[in-house]
Write a protein that binds this ligand. Structure first.
Ligand SMILES: Nc1ncnc2c1ncn2[C@@H]1O[C@H](COP(=O)(O)OP(=O)(O)OP(=O)(O)O)[C@@H](O)[C@H]1O
Ligand SMILES: Nc1ncnc2c1ncn2[C@@H]1O[C@H](COP(=O)(O)OP(=O)(O)OP(=O)(O)O)[C@@H](O)[C@H]1O
Ligand SMILES: [Mg+2]
Ligand SMILES: [Mg+2]
Lengths: 256, 256
């Protein structure tokens, strides 16, 4: 049964999409059957691996509103072992449209049931908010991977995110765990990076991945070519960092 | 009558709060009576100038729900000429709580009427979304300042933001204009920065400010001391960039 990991943090621009796209690509590269689900209306994860996509007919929007099953919107990405359930701008309207639907928080969880056996990992990229789309991802997930940018504002939002996770655990998904906390855009030359990293480690202890993702321009440039960094620049620091992270994530899985 | 400028872009982490806090501080420093309104539940703008705040009793949350007038929650910040209407975590619930309130999009606009004559500039920091809180800011505003990070994903979201601005112009605020488009985290050493900047300029032409905000660690470090950069490190590139931006914004105002 595929392990479902939501990549979430309501603070904007902390590296959620960059992590979802590149972790998925590295997991697939290691031989895991991997599905990337883009539940952010910005659809950045969709364009981050768009270069190889063959079919963009449906999207997660149709799935959440019950107009199509998840397997109908899944497309291959040109990366062996990596499939994508794309997002669409129309997803922005889903939060309002679903506000009166019964069981609206569990839509993604239900839709996943049929495809889960087909994958080893299912990675869900979330928007920068704690609204209904993120709640759907947290309700469907086994665990949450939390990217934390090594800057001050990113620290402040952590307690709010943990509160939301606790609410979902209590009312919607009692088995939800924290998969791990990932330091992103780490720059060892900056005092600020070191200070924030130290605070995150003292707060989360062994939940923090050994791998920190360094600030690296290849990670920012790869999306403009619609490719994960392991295709765009396989020998970059960014590619190395995400390969090592994929190793940590799959080992934790094997040990579980 | 104070000019109300909303700082908005639904893409996360593009420098909305950094711009709202530092532009406000520089406008105040130039002798303009300035009010900074934090309508983002993350409350980053509030903590970005918290060092000098004397009273954090009420927040924008109480104002939007009609429990208090705006002037009751305004606090001074220790920077002469700069006041703040703070945010609180409880604001996250406002979008749901206000969903059945009549005229819910105009709450901020109504609340501003009484304080507008007291200020030359009123700057509103928005969350990374196009939900009810941002719609309130766009409805109350004379114009919108759009920060655009010089990276690929930030480009993608612009057409969606422009669509939302058009909807607000048509249904809620016909006189809303674009105040300007601000390039942020510009790094002249990176091809990516130059490419994105060129695309933004060809799309927005003379709406793009001459001042680009360069990537500068003082801007990221200042919030951990609860100060705008002109107090934290007055001789930094970040402080220079925002002083120049304040000059452009007030000249455009004078010319209007
Ligand atoms: N390690 C890194 N080094 C350099 N740039 C990075 C790194 N990680 C992400 N970026 C860039 O930083 C920006 C923000 O990252 P990204 O879009 O992945 O964050 P996000 O959390 O998904 O944002 P949002 O909150 O809008 O969904 C992007 O332009 C991305 O290319
Ligand atoms: N010019 C700059 N140089 C260096 N760092 C910057 C610059 N502008 C902003 N930052 C840092 O980048 C991060 C994102 O900026 P900021 O929080 O202002 O963006 P935002 O758009 O308000 O994010 P959100 O979408 O979460 O509201 C912050 O840690 C901030 O300190
Ligand atoms: Mg994203
Ligand atoms: Mg902000």
């Amino acid at each position: 049964m595929g392990r479902v990991i939501a990549v979430s943090n309501q603070k904007g621009g902390v590296g959620k999409t960059t992590t979802a796209v590149n972790l998925s690509a590295c997991l697939a590269n290691d031989g895991n059957r991997t599905l990337l689900i883009d539940i952010d209306p910005q659809a950045n994860a969709t364009s981050g691996c768009e270069a190889g996509i063959d079919n963009l007919d449906g999207s997660v929007y149709e799935v959440l509103l019950g107009h199509a099953p998840l397997e109908a919107v899944i497309s291959s990405t040109g990366i062996p072992g990596l499939d994508l359930a794309p997002s669409r701008i129309s997803l922005a309207g889903a939060e309002v449209e679903m506000s009166s639907v019964l069981g609206r928080e569990k839509r993604l969880a239900e839709a996943l049931e049929t495809v889960r056996p087909d994958y080893d990992f299912i990675i869900v990229d979330c928007p920068p908010s704690l609204g209904l789309l993120t709640v759907n991802a947290l309700t469907a997930a086994d665990s949450v991977l939390i990217p934390v940018q090594c800057e001050y504002y990113a620290l402040e939002g952590l307690s709010k995110l943990l509160n939301s996770i606790q609410l979902v655990q209590r009312y919607l998904n009692p088995t939800l765990e924290i998969e791990g906390v990932l330091l992103t855009m780490y720059d060892e030359r900056l005092q600020l990076s070191k200070r924030v990293a130290a605070e995150v480690k003292s707060y989360f202890n062994d939940k923090v991945y050994e791998t920190a993702i360094k600030r690296n321009v290849s990670l920012a440039a790869a999306p403009s070519f619609g490719q994960p960094v392991i295709l765009y620049e396989p020998r970059s620091t960014g590619a190395d960092n995400y390969r090592r992270l994929a190793g940590e994530v799959s080992h934790a899985r094997a040990a579980a």
